[in-house]
Ligand binder design. Structure first.
Ligand code: SD4
Length: 290
């Protein structure tokens, strides 16, 4: 059958999908497309949930989580990475240049310097000011939707029909120091199986980890569900463990081998952005609660 390259990401990240599409259009691999795509958000300091300009934990450390997965099931991840603006690219180096999958904290940072990444202050004036404000009350509250300014998970299919994915975040703002979310955990925040498809998540990572959300969605697609049906089942599985809880958001995005996409979320507000040769659009997603 005809192969139609496509790139999709969580939320409405127009510049990131445009970059990712440019890589695919020029014949690049889905692996390069997702890495280059999410790097746009890592570099964007106005996105205060990803990369440089991400909000700190409650002790004032900006710590980044990211992972990447290729068509052969190879994967790499960094957790609790500080002072490095492009965790996804460090994750790719972990995948390609070490026998390991996850590097954490100071070791990950040291590894990044060895690979030529530069030390950077990840705070911005804006996030520093917000943090000083936050310290006055020190209340931890999850924010249900931060539309268009949130964790980016990206999935792409290239001209060979191969699927890759990446996910990158600064995690929940004002988290307990040391906390790692779902985004860099293979199977939770991201999973790709080139035979079947890929899935990625955004929102309160603890709930995604508990159900190994992205792996679950890919397995449901393997059993015959569409990306849409699989994402719905993934959210329902989480809600079954959280009866009557309305204080958190999760958004899932999935793609199958045919390039069909789907998404589902707990509360209205989550969307995903899609780019193909037919153009690009922000796709609204239906939700568990109305
Ligand atoms: C986390 N899933 O660290 C990430 C955060 C996120 O929108 O998606 N924020 O739990």
């Amino acid at each position: 059958p005809d192969i139609r390259p496509i790139t999709v990401c969580t939320w409405n990240f127009e510049n990131a999908t445009a970059k990712s599409w440019e890589v695919l259009k020029n014949g690049g691999s889905s692996l390069d497309a997702v890495e280059q795509g999410v790097r746009v958000e890592e570099a964007d300091v106005t996105n205060e949930t990803v990369g440089k300009g991400g909000r700190p934990d409650r002790d004032g450390n900006v710590t980044l989580d990211a992972c990447i997965m290729d068509k052969d099931g190879n994967c790499g991840s960094v957790v609790y990475l500080q002072n490095i603006a492009h965790p996804v690219s460090v994750a790719r180096k972990v995948m390609e240049e070490t026998p390991h999958i996850i590097l954490a904290g100071r070791g990950a940072e040291q590894f990044a310097y060895e690979k030529g990444f530069e030390k950077e202050d990840l705070f911005t004036e804006s996030t520093r000011k917000q943090y000083e404000e936050w310290k006055k009350s020190s209340k931890y509250e999850t924010i249900i939707n931060i539309e268009n300014h949130d964790t980016i998970g990206m999935l792409a299919i290239d001209k060979n029909g191969d699927i890759a994915g990446a996910c990158t975040t600064s995690g929940m703002a004002y988290k307990v120091a040391g906390r790692v979310g779902d985004s860099p955990i293979i199977g939770a925040g991201l999973f790709v199986d080139n035979e079947v498809g890929g899935a990625t998540a955004t929102g309160v990572g603890e709930e995604v980890i508990r159900t190994v959300g992205s792996f679950l969605i890919v397995e449901l697609m393997r059993q015959g569900k569409s990306p849409q049906e699989a994402c719905e089942e993934g959210v329902k599985r989480i809600m079954a463990k959280n009866k009557d809880r309305k204080d958190f958001q999760i958004g899932f995005l999935a793609i199958n081998k045919k390039g069909e996409t789907g998404g589902y979320c707990v509360h209205p507000g989550f969307t995903y952005r899609q780019y193909t040769e037919d153009g690009h659009e922000n796709v609204p997603v239906s939700s568990f609660y109305q």
